[in-house]
Design a protein around this ligand. Structure first.
Ligand code: ISE
Length: 329
């Protein structure tokens, strides 16, 4: 870790998400310096590097370089486990974009590796916990004015999905945001799931089940329904309404439907990075490795339900003793 008071951040993966983090670090995270970037696509890292920023062809070299104190992993999902593990081996804090890894078993390996270190280094990019509108909902729930929660209605619509998107990814990639934010809002685990697939949009690629309707049941019996529609076309539209015994709270929405998540959750991404950088001297901030594992396990139960057509239980392993989750569950 740096001896200066401005940690040097390396960003692996400079596509839309990684490039967004680069911009945010430069413009809105005063406590940090963009020290290095890396991307497997030739020229893509150099295109965002700018002055005083190192460019690495191999992400492993960025992670181990002594001029990098902490790492953001924003590369493709299938690279996350290897790169986060390398950060743990290097003893460097890492913010990994969701999902933490491509499946629950891989997430569990990272949970175990981090627990063996005895210190928290992993933060997972479930940035909605930092969104002012979600924080306002959480505050109203915690204040008691809604009473006990009974239902949560969610909508998660993307303009379009990339051509490699499969029906399972709607659950293992997109739905993980609702899984995490609902766990955080309600402060309890999801115990069973069911997935329903209506007729698909003619605008969706053939074979992609889109939209999908997911019902999550929590330990206390709260039901959460989530509409996922990743080729909605008209805009990026995320909604959430919490129904309690005494009242309801609805997620404040922008006046104009934004084109994507970088616009809709710009404040959340900024505050997530500020909290992450501030946490280097503490015990981590926001969702950690265990939250990444739980999201993966719940998403896999959803995939099982999509294929079985029946409700499926969520089976979680025992949580290892080790670094705390931060302000999560
Ligand atoms: C994407 O990867 C994100 O993380 C966005 O926040 C989410 O809304 C979108 O569905 C995902 O594909």
């Amino acid at each position: 870790m740096t001896t200066s008071d401005r940690p040097r951040i390396g960003v692996v993966g400079t596509g839309n998400m990684g490039a967004g983090h680069v911009r945010t670090i430069r413009s809105s995270v005063p406590g940090a310096v963009l020290a290095a970037v890396s991307d497997l696509v030739p020229g893509r890292a150099a295109a965002v590097a700018g002055p005083d920023c190192l460019v690495f062809d191999r992400p492993e070299d960025l992670i181990t370089d002594e001029r990098v104190d902490a790492v953001i992993v924003a590369s493709s999902d299938d690279t996350h486990e290897t790169l986060v593990s390398a950060c743990l081996t290097a003893g460097k804090p890492v913010l990994c974009e969701k999902p933490l890894a491509v499946n629950a078993a891989a997430c569990r390996r990272l949970v175990t590796q981090e627990a063996a270190l005895g210190r928290r280094l992993i933060t997972v990019g479930f940035m909605r916990r930092f969104d002012p509108a979600y924080l306002a909902m959480a505050s109203r729930l915690a204040g008691g004015e809604l009473g006990r929660p009974l239902l949560v209605h969610c909508v998660h619509r993307n303009v379009s999905a990339p051509p490699f998107y499969r029906s399972e990814m709607v659950l293992t990639n997109s739905l993980t945001h609702e899984i995490d934010v609902v766990r955080w809002l309600l402060g309890e685990e999801i115990t069973s799931v069911s997935v329903h697939t209506p007729r698909s949009s003619s605008r969706a690629p053939v074979g992609l089940a889109d939209p999908q309707l997911v019902v999550l049941r929590t330990r206390s019996g709260v039901l959460v329904d989530v509409e996922l529609f990743v080729n909605a076309r008209y805009g990026y539209d995320v909604r959430c309404e919490l129904v309690g015994e005494l009242g309801t709270a609805e997620l404040a929405r922008p006046a104009v439907t934004p084109p994507d998540w970088l616009v809709r959750f710009a404040d959340a991404y900024r505050d997530e990075l500020i909290a992450w950088v501030s946490s280097f001297s503490g015990n981590g901030a926001g969702p950690g490795a265990w939250d990444g594992y739980v999201a993966g396990a719940v998403a896999e139960a959803c995939v099982r339900s999509m294929h079985s057509g029946a409700p499926e239980p969520v089976d979680l392993v025992r949580r290892p003793a080790g670094p705390g989750p931060g302000p999560g569950l």
